[in-house]
Design a protein around this ligand. Structure first.
Ligand SMILES: Cc1cc2nc3c(=O)[nH]c(=O)nc-3n(C[C@H](O)[C@H](O)[C@H](O)COP(=O)(O)O)c2cc1C
Length: 224
């Protein structure tokens, strides 16, 4: 390995084999209770919870450790209203034809349509942006590597952290999403990647049967 500055690994925790097995099983039991929810309560969620989940997302691995992401956590009723108006405007175009028959067919079993009331009901919307240029410090303007992969991993950790905290989420991707740059005041270097809705489920929240069908281990994995 090339000469570089480093320090000993001191925060690694080794578990016994039994404990490892229990922890892996228990984590699976926990994450399989995560569902995309489309009906939210307006019960508030403490900003500190969101901050902790964002800090967890910020620990994600990234190409050259450039951390090419920015999260805009929106609690303001006024900004949530703007996001809902714009998202519904674009979604109407999508559902009224732009999506095409095949895509609309794939969405049929989820019961989604152009109405997105949760964009105002939920306490937090987290707009996730990816950065084309950046670096290890905020003001760097270097090329970022594996941006899509890195932001995807950070988003996965964020969703898992929110679920672990006891919140429900929806991964929302209005098409196009570029209006989020303007509403969230983010510059040209950033591309809106995803909008996460986070909060408590409404009392009548449901989970589509279609979404509960997960491929078996045999289907998703091969051991050689
Ligand atoms: C990249 C991505 C984009 C998505 N976009 C939307 C969306 O715009 N609207 C929506 O209602 N659900 C959206 N979803 C949620 C999926 O429909 C949902 O994850 C899938 O049906 C499986 O359900 P589950 O998350 O409960 O396991 C999206 C999910 C992903 C990963």
């Amino acid at each position: 390995m090339q000469q570089h500055d480093s320090s000993p690994l001191t925060d690694y925790v080794e578990y016994s084999e039994d404990e490892m097995l229990n922890r892996s099983q228990s984590f699976y039991n926990q994450v399989k209770r995560r569902h995309s929810i489309r009906s939210f309560s307006d019960k508030p969620v403490d900003k500190q919870v969101i901050e902790n989940c964002l800090k967890a997302a910020g620990t994600a691995p990234s190409g050259a450790n450039h951390q090419p992401w920015h999260f805009v956590a929106v609690n303001s009723a006024d900004i949530k209203k703007q996001i809902r108006e714009q998202a519904e405007f674009h979604e109407r175009g999508f559902y009224e034809g732009r999506a095409g028959e095949e895509w609309l067919g794939a969405l049929k079993d989820l019961g989604t349509d152009a109405n997105k009331p949760y964009l105002e009901h939920a306490p937090w919307l987290i707009a996730i942006f990816s950065q084309k240029k950046g670096g290890i410090t905020e003001d760097d303007k270097n090329t970022n590597y594996y941006v899509h992969e890195s932001v995807g991993i950070a988003t996965g950790i964020l969703i898992t952290a929110l679920h672990n905290a006891g919140l429900v989420t929806l991964t929302h991707t209005p098409k196009p999403m570029s209006f989020l740059n303007k509403v969230c005041q983010r510059g040209d270097n950033e591309r809106a990647y995803m909008l996460l809705i986070a909060g408590y489920p409404s009392e009548d929240a449901t989970v589509p049967a279609h979404a509960q069908v997960k491929k078996s281990l045999e289907d998703i994995a091969t051991f050689l």
